[in-house]
Design a protein. Structure first.
Ligand code: BTN
Length: 243
C-alpha cells in the first residue's frame, strides 16, 4: 500500500485532523505528521506533550474490511512497525506493553492511540496515532522515572524523517501481510509486557483487578488470573506491575 503524507509544522492534533478527514471519506493510506502539536491526545483523555521536532507525532488512516473484533490487530501492527523502525534507525529494541505502549527498560518510549468507526460489527475506518519520544530529554523533568527518548538511550539525536520513513515502510509491509491473513498476535505477544507477571489493572469506570497476566486472547484482550483462580478478560485499562 502507498501512503500519502501530509506534514504540518504545527497542528492541534494529527489524530483529530485525520479523524475529521476520515469522516469526510478520505482514502485509506492518508498519513498526517506534525512537527509539533498544541493539543496532542493520549488514551483515557490524557494529553500528549508534543514539543517541536522532538518526537514523531503521526496518524495513519486505514480501512481494512475486517470485523470490529480484529481492530486491535491494527494497534499491534503499528507497535511492531514502530519497534522495527527504532531497531533499524537507532539500534534500539523496545518491548510492547499491553495495550498500546512501547517500553524501554520499564520507561515509556512511545504510545499508540487507536480510534475506530464501525458499521454494526464491521470496521469502517481506524485512525491510528503514534507518539514516539525521539529527541526529548526527560532526565530533569517530573517524567524522568517514567518516560525516555531515543536520544537519551543512544546518546545522540535521531533524525525524524529517517525514523518516519522506516516506520511507514515497516507498517506498509506488515499491513500487506495482515490483509493476506497473517496475524500480528504471535509477534506482539512474544515480548509483551507484562505477560507472566503479577499486575494490578485499573479499568475505566470499573473495579480494579489484581492477579497474574497469563495471556492475551485472539482479540488482544489481556487475561488476568486472580488468587481465586478466576480469569478476568481486560479490554481496556492501565496496568502496573507489582514488584
Ligand atoms: C498514549 O500513550 O496514550 C497514546 C499517545 C498517542 C499520541 C499520538 S501523537 C500523534 C497522534 N496525535 C495525537 O493527538 N495523539 C497521537
Amino acid at each position: 500500500m502507498l501512503f500519502t503524507l501530509i506534514q504540518f509544522r504545527r497542528t492541534t492534533s494529527t489524530q483529530t485532523w485525520l479523524r475529521d478527514w476520515a469522516r469526510l471519506g478520505a482514502r485509506e493510506g492518508l498519513v498526517v505528521q506534525a512537527l509539533a502539536q498544541t493539543a496532542g491526545r493520549g488514551r483515557l483523555q490524557r494529553s500528549w506533550h508534543s514539543p517541536y521536532n522532538e518526537g514523531l507525532y503521526l496518524s495513519v488512516l486505514l480501512r481494512p474490511a475486517i470485523p470490529l473484533a480484529r481492530a486491535s490487530h491494527l494497534t499491534m501492527l503499528v507497535s511492531l512497525a514502530a519497534i522495527e523502525a527504532c531497531q533499524i534507525v537507532a539500534g534500539v529494541s523496545p518491548a510492547p506493553k499491553w495495550p498500546n505502549d512501547l517500553l524501554w527498560q520499564g520507561r515509556k518510549l512511545a504510545g499508540v492511540l487507536t480510534e475506530l468507526e464501525n458499521q454494526q460489527d464491521r470496521l469502517s475506518y481506524a485512525v491510528i496515532g503514534l507518539g514516539l519520544n525521539v529527541n526529548t530529554d526527560f532526565s530533569e523533568t517530573p517524567l524522568a522515572e517514567t518516560a525516555i527518548s531515543l536520544q537519551q538511550i543512544t546518546g545522540h539525536s535521531v533524525k525524524l524523517p529517517a525514523l518516519r520513513d522506516a516506520y511507514l515502510d515497516a507498517l506498509a509491509k506488515r499491513y500487506q501481510r495482515f490483509l493476506a491473513g497473517e496475524s500480528p498476535v504471535p509477534a506482539w505477544k512474544a515480548r509483551l509486557e507484562p505477560l507472566g507477571r503479577s499486575v494490578r489493572v485499573v479499568q475505566p469506570g470499573q473495579t480494579s483487578v489484581e492477579g497474574v497476566a497469563i495471556d492475551v486472547n485472539a482479540a488482544g484482550a489481556l487475561l488476568v488470573q486472580d488468587s481465586t483462580g478466576a480469569i478476568h478478560t481486560i479490554w481496556a485499562g492501565d496496568v502496573t506491575v507489582n514488584s
